[in-house]
Design a protein around this ligand. Structure first.
Ligand code: GLU
Length: 488
């Protein structure tokens, strides 16, 4: 079988972490089975539509490295699409839904409903007071064909509702096994709204069928919709796809992952300096355990390892600490050029430094970063030395005279050292260490004042690294300034 999966977001503005995982599992499953992955824009809820959301979604998917075979794309910043099953935006498919809704009405699987908002509200209130299930009472099912025709031709506002059959619905879920839901719990779902747009339920079934989707992998909040969808599949004579419903993503207190407890938008994480590959890796393991204790996986490795049978049934906790740890691992392990490209937005005041120097800064600072954005806190001292008290230059086991002695000696040493030495971190280190050994000094006496002189900070990268990044000229300037500082 040719596997085809889909990710059909509603364009409401940003990509939720949970949606990233849903998209990712669909992607991994399709790739694993050498199938097709499509993106569809579900924009039939016009009230929730956010302008620019589709463009932003396309960019985010590209950033996280999730390519798709069919769906909307950007060409020179303008929306277009690829694939032969389009349009991939539901608002451009209205005649298709209308045709299917009419077919359902004609065969008696759906019916026109002219009930006003007020009547439906009143019905709801009464049902609530009587502690009954809130459901449409099928009032319009009693209308005779002539009356329906008359009201339709008079242009009366109406919807089309699905006739939910009696009995119960049982279906197989790839993750949860067999699920049975009593149909009496299900309302006669509106399929076509008064505004002429379909609801999600009609559109999703029609599109998944017409677009050839074989596997529907989505969040567990959609389980209760399956009976409606199956009723539609059956009524329309469509073959059934496979279903897999993913567990919830939870906050650390086990509540559903929500904005109130931190960021939920993928875009926010990227803006905060999380690497796309780290985010993908972390999110992939929310509810999916490949084997053993291994935690770092490339996208390619995730594709190889992915199996729906290894997806957990219970909720997965989104643990920011763990994500931070993973991001740090990625920052230290990825290709320096790639890290540099990702870091470009975060150089702040150092943006105007030459690229070579910025790359050196990254090389030195990456050990201390949790997110690339942390760079902003570390970067200022490379641009200009902050003011600092002369007492900072004094090592805890020494005094100002000692600091002065070593800084003066170091200034002489640097001046007499071959300039090319300062191009290599190891040579800088060995030159200074040689000097310490030759004179039988203690590391702290020499390296502490040197490091503070170079950084203006009591906590910073090491002195050899700093000299390597700053270069000998700037290094000398800073050492001289420190000596002056000790004098005054
Ligand atoms: N448009 C729905 C959503 O925004 C898609 C649900 C589905 O995958 O069927 O989540």
């Amino acid at each position: 079988m040719n596997v085809k999966t889909r990710f059909p977001p509603s364009p409401t503005g940003f990509l939720h972490i949970g949606s990233l995982r849903t998209a990712l599992y669909n992607y991994l499953f399709a790739k694993k089975h050498k199938g097709t992955f499509l993106i569809r824009v579900e924009d039939t809820d016009r009230e929730r539509y956010v302008k620019g959301a589709v463009e932003s979604l396309i960019r985010t998917l590209e950033t996280v490295g999730m390519s798709y075979d069919e769906g909307p794309i950007l060409v020179d910043g303008k929306l277009s699409e690829k694939g032969s099953n389009g349009p991939y935006t539901q608002s451009q498919r209205l005649p298709i839904y209308k045709e299917h809704a009419q077919k359902l009405v004609e065969q008696g699987s759906a019916y026109y409903c002219f009930c006003s908002k007020e009547r439906l509200e009143e019905l709801r209130n009464q049902q609530q007071i009587a502690k009954l299930q809130t459901k449409y009472d099928r009032c319009c099912l009693k209308l005779d064909p002539e009356e329906i025709t008359r009201r339709l031709s008079a242009g009366e506002s109406h919807v089309i509702r699905l006739m939910i059959p009696g009995g119960e619905t049982t279906f197989h879920d790839e993750i949860r096994g067999s699920i049975t839901i009593s149909n009496s719990e299900i309302d006669d779902q509106v399929l076509m709204k008064t505004d002429g747009y379909p609801t999600y339920h009609l559109a999703v079934v029609v599109d998944d069928h017409l677009m050839g989707v074989t596997h529907i992998i989505r969040g567990e909040e959609w389980i209760s919709s399956v009976p409606k969808h199956l009723a539609l599949y059956n009524a329309l004579g469509f073959p059934l796809p496979s279903f897999a419903h993913l567990p919830l993503i939870l906050n650390t207190d086990k509540s559903k992952l929500s904005k109130r407890q931190g960021d939920v938008a993928v875009e926010d994480y990227l803006a905060k300096g999380y690497l796309p590959e780290a985010l993908v890796n972390y999110v992939a393991l929310l509810g999916f355990n490949p084997t053993g204790d291994r935690e770092i996986y490339t996208m390619k490795e995730l594709v190889e390892a992915f199996e729906l049978s290894k997806v957990n049934k219970s909720g997965a906790v989104f643990d920011r600490t763990k994500l931070d740890w993973m991001n740090g691992q990625y920052i230290r392990a990825i290709d320096p050029e790639r890290l540099f490209m990702q870091a470009i937005p975060f150089f702040g005041s150092a943006a105007t430094l030459p690229d070579e120097q910025k790359k050196k800064i990254l090389e030195v600072e990456k050990e201390r970063l949790t997110t690339i954005k942390d760079l902003e806190e570390h970067i200022g001292m490379y641009v200009s030395i902050p003011d600092y008290p002369a007492t900072d230059l004094v090592w805890k086991k020494a005094d100002a005279r000692d600091a002065m002695l070593h800084l003066t000696n170091l200034a002489n040493l640097l001046e007499t050292t071959e300039a090319t030495t300062f191009e290599h971190r190891e040579l800088i280190e060995s030159t200074i260490k040689q000097y310490i050994r030759d004179n039988d000094y203690q590391n702290g006496n020499v390296l502490w004042p040197l490091r503070v002189a170079l950084s203006g900070q009591t906590q910073s990268a090491g002195p050899f690294d700093l000299l390597w990044v700053l270069g000998v000229e700037e290094g000398m300037r800073r050492i001289t300034k420190a000596i002056d500082n000790l004098h005054t």
